[in-house]
Design a protein around this ligand. Structure first.
Ligand code: FES
Length: 172
């Protein structure tokens, strides 16, 4: 039941659960027993709608993504460097593309959010060092180079990341 629930509803502290709480209120059924994290992006773009040129910053993360930082050419500011704890990963929409951003001991990495096995949401996975494990069936990926540790024939897309002042910037 636990795995099925995770596949259908996502992790209790995952993107989908946070979105449910943001839409339904802080006391949604999916949040029972779970800490109450801040709400997460609520833009329609977060569900595949077009946001053609800009990142959808992780609105629910604190501190919020800085607005006074000019990102390098081709990059988008996606979050504040203190908003994502070391060992954590989050899904962020950049130009309509879902990206998983991971904090590995203070170094940020970005990969596609979509697991090549069966489209699992990698941004809701778990991070152990540089290894990001998909919440659906446990395929594991190195966020630094995209190598799949479960299936060596598979590799996920990675994106360049730069930290400018307090801003984590990603180029897709
Ligand atoms: S969808 Fe199956 S391991 Fe990711």
């Amino acid at each position: 039941m636990g795995l099925l629930r995770t596949i259908v509803l996502g992790r209790e502290d995952g993107f989908r659960a946070r979105l449910r709480r943001a839409v339904l209120g802080g006391g949604g059924n999916a949040a029972k027993g779970a800490p109450t994290p801040a709400p997460t992006p609520t833009s329609d773009a977060g569900w595949g709608g077009a946001s053609p040129a800009a990142a959808e910053p992780a609105l629910g993360l604190h501190p919020e993504a800085p607005k006074d930082v000019t990102p390098p050419e081709g990059f988008e500011v996606v979050l504040h460097k203190d908003a994502l704890a070391a060992g954590s990963v989050v899904e962020i929409i950049i130009g309509g593309t879902a990206v998983a951003v991971a904090n590995v001991d203070g170094t940020f990495y970005a990969t596609t959010n979509t697991c090549p096995h069966a489209d699992g949401p990698l941004g809701e996975g778990s991070l152990d060092g540089r290894i990001l494990t998909c919440p659906y069936h446990g395929w594991a990926f190195d966020v630094a180079d995209g190598a799949c540790k479960t299936n060596p024939d598979v590799k996920i897309e990675t994106y360049d990341v730069q930290v400018v002042d307090t801003a984590v910037c990603v180029r897709i």
